[in-house]
Design a protein around this ligand. Structure first.
Ligand SMILES: [Cu+2]
Length: 310
């Protein structure tokens, strides 16, 4: 329910699918100059109106897609040896990257301290073979590569958003604000998104109530009626990411798949929104301007997606 917000002004009468909300056309301020260089400069961008999923694609929704199509995700397929020069052959089995909280402080420059390549980890087993989706039907699906997100979108008759569409949507009509809801991280002490509270990556104070992903729609919607546009999971977009090697990666958000083609690294796409692993003391990427370039084959427990219809 979004009442008489500006979303109603130019909205076509009927949503193309359920649980989609209208993001109105218009100009907005894209980017930020207060955090990371890859977010600058602030510039005027404009998009046409479009429909967007009100929350990230859930486990239940993704399961329907897999049941209907027999689709096999990237993380379920053994990596090709040619894509991993020098890799230990024992690691060339289906798997994915799983976050593991460390017992104490670690060197924050080495993401391998908290990201583990885990054989058997995939969307059905987010923390590895022993883990299940029991009780997590309404959590965002994770461990999906870019092509898995595209395949779902095509099946659903939808598309992945561009970065500009995603950021326009995330801002919810609040131009130039730090967060999707304003400039204050926790207004009146209220947690507005599933992020990391405490010292990353060993101390999670769980002030938001969740250690890993959370069911969608547990935190307030933004001005357009969209949920989970900050935190919970990073979301794939359709846009290529232009790498700038002069800028250091912040590894809490950008584990490397380690996979390379004979021609070099797999291409990168922009991911948006930050995740449950984004910590105030370290990464601060639960903001609409924040962005990361992930290689298209990267799968983890903190990357998902949502779709649009334009
Ligand atoms: Cu982060």
């Amino acid at each position: 329910m979004h009442g008489s917000t500006m979303t109603d002004v130019d909205a076509p009468r009927q949503a193309p699918a359920k649980n989609m909300v209208w993001v109105p056309e218009g100009e907005f301020l894209m980017g930020s100059e207060h955090f990371y260089p890859e977010e600058a400069p602030v510039r005027r961008a404009s998009v046409d109106g479009f429909w967007m999923d009100e929350h990230p694609v859930t486990v239940a929704e993704f399961r329907r897609f897999v049941k209907a199509t027999g689709y096999v995700t990237w993380a379920e397929i053994a990596p090709e040896a040619a894509d991993y020069p020098g890799a230990d052959p024992e690691l060339l089995v289906p798997g994915s990257l799983v976050f593991q909280r460390t017992p104490g402080p670690v060197d924050l420059r080495d993401y391998r301290n908290w990201w583990t390549w885990m054989p058997g980890a995939q969307w059905r087993h987010p923390e590895g073979p022993g883990s299940t989706l029991h009780g997590r039907e309404l959590h965002p699906v994770t461990h999906v590569a870019h092509r898995d997100a595209v395949a779902y979108a095509e099946w659903a008759g939808k598309q992945l958003p561009t970065e500009a569409q995603w950021e326009r949507a995330a801002r919810g009509g609040l131009d130039g604000k730090i967060f999707c809801w304003g400039d204050e991280f926790a207004p009146h002490g209220k947690m507005m998104a599933n992020t990391w509270q405490g010292e990353f990556p060993h101390e999670n104070k769980l002030l938001d109530g969740y250690e890993r992903t959370s069911p969608v729609k547990k935190f307030p919607a933004n001005g357009y009626g969209l949920f989970d546009m900050a935190g919970n999971v990073w979301e794939w977009t359709a846009d290529p990411f232009t790498p700038d090697h002069s800028q250091p990666h912040s590894p809490c958000c950008a584990p490397e798949s380690g996979r390379h083609t004979p021609d070099g690294e797999f291409p990168r796409r922009v991911t948006k929104g930050g995740s449950h692993l984004c910590a105030p003391n370290y990464c601060l990427r639960y903001r609409p301007a924040a962005r990361q370039g992930e290689t298209v084959d990267t799968t983890t427990g903190h990357i998902g997606f949502r779709c649009i219809v334009s």
